[in-house]
Design a protein around this ligand. Sequence first.
Ligand SMILES: Nc1nc2c(ncn2[C@@H]2O[C@H](COP(=O)(O)OP(=O)(O)OP(=O)(O)O)[C@@H](O)[C@H]2O)c(=O)[nH]1
Length: 391
Amino acid sequence: MEAYLGIIAIIVVVALLAAGGVFLLFRRGGGQAPPVEPPEVLPLPGEQAPAGTVTKDDDAATTTVPPPARPAEPVIVTPEIEVPPPSAGRMVRLRTRLARSQSTFGKGLLELLSRDRLDDDAWDEIEETLLTADVGVSPTRAMVDELRTRVKILGSRTPAEARALLREQLLIQIGADMDRTLHVKPHGERPAVVLVVGVNGTGKTTTTGKLARSLIGDGSTVVLGAADTFRAAAADQLQTWGDRVGAQVVRGPEGGDPASVAFDAVARGIQDKVDVVIVDTAGRLHTKTGLMDELGKVKRVIEKKAVVDEVLLVLDATTGQNGMRQAQVFAEVVNITGIALTKLDGTAKGGIIISVQRELGVPVKLVGLGEGADDLAPFDPEVFVDALLGD
Ligand SMILES: Nc1nc2c(ncn2[C@@H]2O[C@H](COP(=O)(O)OP(=O)(O)OP(=O)(O)O)[C@@H](O)[C@H]2O)c(=O)[nH]1
C-alpha cells in the first residue's frame, strides 16, 4: 500500500510539472503581441524614394535606392527665341493666297477683256467688276476709258495682249513707281520711331507684332511700346509677340497715359541703342477732337526725344467703304506716311489698294495676307497684279 501511494505521488508531481511547463510555454508565445512592422512608405509617382529606404518592385523583388549624388536643381524654362525670316520675297511666297482671294476680280476682268467683240454690255460688265472690287468710281472710269481707247487701236487681241493691257492699266492705277520704303533706319544713336494707328479690331496690334518680327528678321533690333492702355489684352498680346522674338516691351498701367508709355518706350530704345521703336496706339474713335488730342500728344511727347519716321495706318481690307471713312478721320488728325492693309487674303475686293491710296494720298507699304506670324509682306505692286491675273 505504501509503495502504491509513493508511485501515485510521483505521477502527480510529474503531471503538475508537465502542466506548469506547458502553461509557461503558452504564456510566452501567445501573451506577447506579434512584432509590428513599420508601414511601408511608397514614393508618389515621379517622386524619388528617400535615400536608403527599401522599396518593392512590381515583381516583389526588393531593391535599395542609392542616395542621390547631389540635390536636384530647379529647372528654369527660358522661352525659346525665334529667328524670323527676312521680309524679302514674302509676297511671292504668299501669292497663292492672293490668287485665291482675288481670282474673280483679276481673272474675271481678263476673261471679259479677251472677248472677240467688246460691245457696250461687255464694257458695263468690266466697269461693274472694277467697282465691285472696291477700285473706286474715278479710278474705274479712268481705267475703262483708257482700256476702250487701247482696244480700239489694237483691234483684235490675243489673250496675251489682253493680259498685258490689263496688267499695264492696273499698275498705273496702283502706282507701281510710288515710294513704298518703310523708314526704319536709325539716326546715329537714336532709333527710328514707327507709330501704328488705326481703329481697334483692324489687326493693329497683330500688325505691330508682325512688323517687329519682320524687322528683326531683317537684322534690326526693336523695342515695342504698348501705348494702347485702354485695352489690357493689347499689352499682353504685344508682350507675347515681343517675347517670341526677344524684343523688349514697354507697357504702362491699364488706363494710364498712352503718351507716357510712348515716351518711356522711346527712352528705353535710346538707352538700349536699338534700331527701331514701334509704338502701338489706342484706336478709340470716340470723338475726332479726343482722338486728335490723344494721338497729337503721343506724337509731341515722342518728339521730345526722337523723330517720328513713320505713322502707319492699319486698315482692314474687308471693311470696304466703312473702313475707309474711319481711316479718313485718322488721316485728318495725324500725318499718315503709309498704310498697312490687313486681311487681304480674306476679301475679293483687292481694288481697295487703289481707292485707299487715292483717298488718303499715301502708299500702301505693307499687306497682311494671313494669320500666321510671318504673313505680313512689304507691298509689291507687280507681284500683286501678277497674282490677280494668273500666269
Ligand atoms: N486672315 C488674316 N487675319 C488677320 C490679318 N491680320 C490680322 N488678322 C487676324 O485678325 C484677328 C483679329 O485681329 P484684331 O481683332 O484686329 O485684333 P488686334 O490685332 O489685336 O487688333 P487691335 O484690336 O486693333 O489691337 C486676329 O486673329 C488676327 O490674327 C491678316 O492679314 N489676315
